[in-house]
Every structure is written in C-alpha cells, then in structure tokens.
Design a protein around this ligand. Structure first.
Ligand code: ADP
Ligand code: MG
Length: 364
C-alpha cells in the first residue's frame, strides 16, 4: 500500500456519496490508537525502541512477547503512565503525547486487578465516573449496566478481599468500561488466575469483545494461546522492538521471521536443505520452521524427515512432548505425540517425518 492510500484510508470522510460498504469500511478502519516511532527509556535501559503501529476502532491487537520485551512499556506509553523519550502517540487522530492519563479516554485492566481495597465493588466501578463529576442519576444505572456485563451484579456491596481472583478481575474490567472509553488496554489480565479460571475469563473476554464493537483493544500477553484467541492482529515484541505485526492467521501460517515462528506456535527452525522437500530453497539465509504437532515418528526412513535420538519426554495433558536431537546436525527438535500413541523410548534412534505442506520457510 502506498503512503497516500494509507492516509486516505485513515481519513474519516463524509458518508455523502459513498455506498454503505464504503462507509462501513471507512468507519471500521478508523485509527483509534497510533504509535509513531515511540521510544521509552529508563535511565540507560531502552525499554521500547522506535515502535510504530496502529489499532483501528473495533480491532484487538495483541502485543505478544517474552518477559522484558517491552510490552507493558508500550501500553504505558499509550496510557500516558510513562513519558516517551521520542515519538508520537495519538488517540482518535489527536496527538496525546503530552496529555495526562486521565484525559486520554482510556480504560485499563492490569494483572493485579488494582482495585481500591477499602471501596465496595460499586464504588470501585463508579470511581472514574465520580472523578469526572458525573451525578448520581447517571452513575447508578451505568454501574449496574457494566456489572451486568461481567456477571457481577449481585456482588455490588462486597469489598475486593471478599471476592475470588476471577471475580476481582471482572470488577476491574467493569471499572475500566464504566466511562465508555474508546480504547481499552489489558496488561496480562489473566496471568494471576488459575488455569480453569483463565479459560473461563478468556471466553468471557471474547463475549465482551463482541458487545463493544467500536472499542479498540490492546491486549498484552506472553501467552500465545491468549493472543490467538483474542486478537485480530498480533504484534510480536522482542528486545524492546516490534519484531513483526500482522493478521493473526497470517503470522501463524506464514511467520515472517524465525523468532515469530518459534514464539508463535513453538516451531523449531532447521538449516535450509535439511529436509528433502525443501532442498531447492536458497541456502544460508533461510531456515525451515516446523511445529511440534507436524512431526510424526517412523521406524523406517521417510521421504521427508530426519534421523533423531530421543532425549526427553514430557507429558503435557493432551500430548506428550518429546525432545529429539537430529543425528546429523545436532539440532534439538520438539515433537508432540498424541497420548494414545506410545511415545518412543528414551535414547532410541529413529526417524521423524513431516508433510512438506507443514514446513514453513523463514528468513534467518
Ligand atoms: P514486558 O511487559 O514485555 O515484560 P516491560 O515493558 O515491563 O516488559 O519492560 C521492558 C524493559 O524495561 C525490561 O528490561 C525492564 O526491566 C525495563 N523496565 C521496565 N520498567 C522499568 C522501570 N520502571 N525502571 C527501569 N527499568 C524498567
Ligand atoms: Mg509486562
């Protein structure tokens, strides 16, 4: 897309003279959050380096990356909790780089809930409305409405400590939504919950998403399954930089970098030429990425595979994850074996094979 096209797409045009589809497209793509070459430093640490991306109204972008990669810093730059050392932050096309957090019209949900411990659920949820000077007649129905959205209506009078972690997080979400923000930022919102609760809340967030068609969301997580479940587009963060950004399914099926392939979907990347199907691929600057579920063990030499020694096996519920080592190149390769299949024995030497369609070529 040329720069000019992109500008045209960003502009909110008068609906006059456009057919419904065109209006719909224009509105849907309206940029709600913009980061342009944003950097944030803490003393000598560059926590975010030259980061640029946009989030459209109604869109969820997940920031996915390992701990310390700059995800929370990017969120704080959008929210205004950290001063940027360079670059521009926009909300709905307006430069908010120097604006205080309270004036940005953003709702925020963090991992630790951060509810006010001495305030009831109702007062927590009402907090933002109250500090904007809303009157009682406005506050009460809105508090009831957002508590209804997260299924917490019957807990209005409780204190946070009288609630489970999952319930506290629901209240925190209701509080973030109470002022009808156009932008909602979520920083590892499920990380403090146990596994069962995390699954429930993820479903809950997906349902809420559909009830907020105009809200732009940025969802920070280190968990690829949360990113895949919630996001329209995923931004992969690595070492304070945006490594890759794309539609969730594009990034998953056609990872543009080796790091993306390993972080999203847990692929191992083999040297070019190590699989028969991919010999024609240019050597050197490319690797072959294969996800653990794509491999199968065989006892005879396959047409597209490798000879390996089994080193370790880990039962992970639905699968056993086997760590194998390529006999020729010494590469470590993860192989998921369905639990119903007997896993190969430790130290056994055999073969793994992969369907050529499941081999992804990535630049190294
Ligand atoms: P993530 O959210 O991806 O785990 P962060 O954005 O919190 O990562 O941190 C990015 C980098 O900035 C890390 O190296 C972290 O140690 C550093 N950092 C974050 N907050 C501060 C701070 N308040 N002071 C100094 N360094 C910080
Ligand atoms: Mg963080």
């Amino acid at each position: 897309m040329s720069g000019q096209d992109r500008r045209a797409e960003r502009t909110v045009v008068s609906p006059k003279g456009l057919d419904d589809d065109a209006v719909d497209r224009t509105v849907r793509r309206r940029v709600a959050v913009g980061l342009e070459n944003v950097s944030v430093t803490y003393g000598d640490t560059v926590a975010l380096r030259d980061c640029s991306f946009e989030v459209a109204r109604g869109e969820t972008v997940a920031l996915l990356g390992p701990s310390g990669s700059g995800k929370s810093t990017a969120l704080k730059a959008i929210a205004g909790f950290e001063q940027v050392s360079s670059g521009t932050v926009t909300i709905d096309g307006r430069d908010v780089t120097r604006l205080s957090p309270a004036k940005r019209g953003i709702g925020i949900v963090v991992q630790s809930y951060a509810l006010f411990p001495h305030m009831s659920v109702a007062r927590n949820v009402a907090f933002g409305l109250r500090s904007r000077g809303a009157d009682r007649a406005t506050i009460a129905p809105r508090v009831a409405e957002v508590l209804g959205m997260v299924g917490m209506t019957e807990y209005v009078d409780r204190l946070p400590r009288q609630l489970s972690g999952g319930q506290q997080q629901r209240v925190a979400i209701a509080r973030a939504l109470a002022t009808r923000p156009g932008v909602v930022l979520l920083d590892e919102p499920l990380s403090a919950l146990d596994a069962g609760m995390r699954k429930d809340m993820l479903g809950e967030l997906q349902r809420l998403r559909s009830e907020l068609p105009d809200v732009a969301m940025v969802y920070v997580t280190h968990d690829q399954s949360e990113a895949l479940a919630t996001a329209d587009r995923v931004a992969i963060m690595r070492d304070a930089k945006l490594e890759a950004l794309g539609r969730t399914d594009d990034l998953f099926h056609r990872p543009p970098t080796e790091f993306t392939a390993t972080f999203l979907g847990g692929a191992d990347v083999l040297p070019a030429g190590s699989l028969a199907s991919s010999r024609p691929v240019p050597d050197g600057d490319h690797g072959l990425a294969v996800r653990p579920w794509a491999w199968r063990f065989t006892r005879t030499a396959p047409s597209n595979g490798l000879r390996v020694t089994v080193e370790q096996e880990q039962w992970r519920g639905a699968v056993r994850h086997v760590t194998a080592r390529a006999v020729d190149t010494g590469e470590r390769i993860g192989v998921d074996v369905p639990v119903l299949v007997d896993p190969p024995l430790k130290a056994e030497t055999l073969w793994i094979e992969v369907d050529p369609a499941d081999v992804m070529v990535v630049p190294r």
